[in-house]
Design a protein around this ligand. Sequence first.
Ligand code: S3P
Length: 422
Amino acid sequence: MKVGGLIRVPGDKSITHRLLMLAAMARGVSYIGGALTSLDARSTAACLRRLGADISPLRPGSVTRIAGRGRLSRPRTRLHCGNAGTTARLLLGLLAAHRFETELTGDRSLRRRPMARVTVPLGRMGARFTPGNAPTLPLSVRGGTLAPLRWDLPVSSAQIKGSLLFAGMAGGVEVSLLEPGGLSRDHSERLLRAFGFGVETRDGRVEFAPSGQVTPFDAQVPGDPSSAAFLVGAALLAEGGELGLPGVGVNPTRTGFLEVLSRMGASVEVHEVEDRFGEPVGTIYARPSALRHTEVRASEIPGLVDEVPLLSVLASRAEGTTIFRDVGELRVKESDRLSLIAANLRAVGAAADVVGNDLHVQGAAPPPKGRIRTDGDHRLAMAFAVLGTVRGARISIDDKDCADVSFPGFFQALREIGKRGA
Ligand code: S3P
């Protein structure tokens, strides 16, 4: 296909979750423009409503109004976090500072994802969990007065970091965190800083001082670079034209995929960058490109963790063998992403292998053909749909609807960029 036009991608998922939670913690009315309205964002809004916040329906194109009470209140029923790890882990941080008991659960995928990475440090701060070791959902949290925390994270993870920073913010205590690998996305740090909290990052250590205050705000969510990545991928695989994606967040802790793509020979550029609520936002341009292999280092993974499925399908169209180092964390995403990326690439005729915690993908020339098993994982569905745009490809996907978890209207957007290029 040929691509063309300027297309807006939906609001950033990570920032939407965080702004909704911060608005619920503010006393008064906040407004969020451009919020993501996907299933994951709806899960956060639904949980916060049960915790006492008044939130208008999340509708594409409309501003979301949130009336917060300055604190959360005891919910009458348990909270359902759907498919959203960020909802569960960040809410656990806030609830750790609230003196009541809340039960959280999620869908089948979320119930198998590890929670001890947040419940253990939150337990150190003073929260109580049932069952005691709280390894997975469902679990109950009883919050209370919190103690300061100094903690070394077992993996670089913005969900762990966000959860512990939100606990420090809601509990009014100092938190000092060290990420072991590269720096994970820093939206929590930037947002808390915008509210006047002392947040400093030095040599991978984040130091939080409970000096600020969450007050009602008016914010605009940038487009999600992780959603934009799929359309960038489609443009790179196309046969002509140019695609522009305006208003996308280009926070350097999210744009690792652009660096890797440049190394692979991709024609990708970012222009018109401006600052919006402490986050850089710009227009990404992408043009069809002949791709070559690369090695993605372990330290780069936190900055592109959600883009590995997309980069893997692109690697399957590149010359040579691409290696992704130390991507074991993908086993505990919305699916066992690591195994499924490799299995699905093999299912469509490419060579891919998991070697320890590394992923090897060998580029192949013949058009990909086969059936994709997603296990309900939105990013797998979208990555392989992008691969399906290659001339002569015949790819069927077992569950397309799961794209709604993060990118409602993804398949329409994919068709749209092709039509505009025609
Ligand atoms: C997210 C962090 C990432 C990412 C997820 C959203 C966030 O998870 O995969 O889609 O909003 O904090 P980890 O930080 O646990 O790797």
